[in-house]
Ligand binder design. Structure first.
Ligand code: 13P
Ligand code: ZN
Length: 275
């Protein structure tokens, strides 16, 4: 199983996230919606005998899907050492509201406590992208979390702060980022608030907690997490150096996105109002 290509790519991302310092203790979680071919490749290793348990949310378009998911309370740093103890494959039932573990977590445990957020976000993105999005990733990157203590907790202020902190950002996430307030981790309220934001953005800040990113594959999703966190770290450095003396203008932000055929979210720029 550990040589299965989807498992290998999944494990590599866990290791990369740990190496970035985004996963203290059991912080963060990752999920990947398997293709039909990937499922068929390993279905003979599945144990279907456990009972279905409620997800706490309903995602009818995720019925009968299979996800590779990190285990709750498991450490990202341990995933490469023993994938089968620290991650699992869950199957969603035919209603999209229950799940069961069919592989992994060989020493016990359950899927991430944020499973409801992952599945609801997968549901939203699959619907919007005709099934192209397959990866959901939650991490605790320290600079993004730091920003949530100083910036107003709204999409526009966060998006602008990040776009202005590094030229790349207006290309990588021209739609901006979403922001949700503080919620109890692992709850359905957090899942529902996140999935609302996922309708408009690929990255959602969880105030005083972390960041949730989505994407078509492991590279783009990891890359988005990395880009947002790097921009946040530049923002923090600039603040510590006494604040920006100059910045990227709104007109320049629009042009950055245009240069790669994208459109910067017009609600977040104030063209014509600049000096
Ligand atoms: P899990 O260990 O249950 O995945 O929780 C970690 C986390 O980051 C919760 O938000
Ligand atoms: Zn978390």
């Amino acid at each position: 199983m550990n040589n299965h290509i989807a498992i290998k790519n999944f494990v590599r991302m866990c290791e990369d996230g740990w190496n970035q310092g985004w996963h203290e203790r059991n912080g963060g979680n990752l999920s990947y919606r398997m293709t039909k071919t990937e499922v068929l490749d390993c279905i003979d290793k599945f144990d279907m005998s456990s009972d279905y348990k409620p997800l706490g949310i309903s995602a009818p378009n995720m019925a009968d899907e299979h996800f590779i998911v990190t285990g709750s309370g498991k450490y990202m740093r341990n995933v490469p050492l023993c994938p089968e103890e620290n991650i699992c494959i869950v199957r969603i039932d035919e209603t999209g509201s229950m799940y069961k573990v069919v592989w992994g977590l060989t020493k016990g445990g359950k899927p991430t406590s944020e499973l409801s957020s992952h599945i609801l976000n997968h549901s939203v993105k699959a619907e919007l992208t005709d099934g192209r999005y397959r990866v959901m990733y939650h991490a605790h990157p320290e600079n993004v979390v730091s920003l949530s203590y100083v910036l107003p907790l709204n999409d526009k202020d966060f998006s602008r702060a990040l776009w202005q902190s590094e030229t790349e950002c207006a290309m990588v996430f021209p739609e901006g980022v979403g922001v949700v307030g503080w919620y109890i981790p692992g709850g359905t309220e957090l899942a529902e608030a996140s999935s609302e934001k996922m309708k408009s953005y690929d990255a959602v800040v969880w105030a005083h907690h972390g960041l949730f990113c989505s994407g078509v594959d492991f590279d783009s999703t990891f890359g988005l997490m990395h880009t947002v966190e790097k921009a946040a770290s530049i923002f923090v450095k600039v603040k510590c150096m006494g604040g920006a003396k100059q910045t990227i203008t709104d007109e320049q932000l629009v042009r950055i996105a245009e240069s790669i055929g994208e459109v910067l979210n017009p609600d977040f720029v104030d063209l014509g109002k600049e000096a």
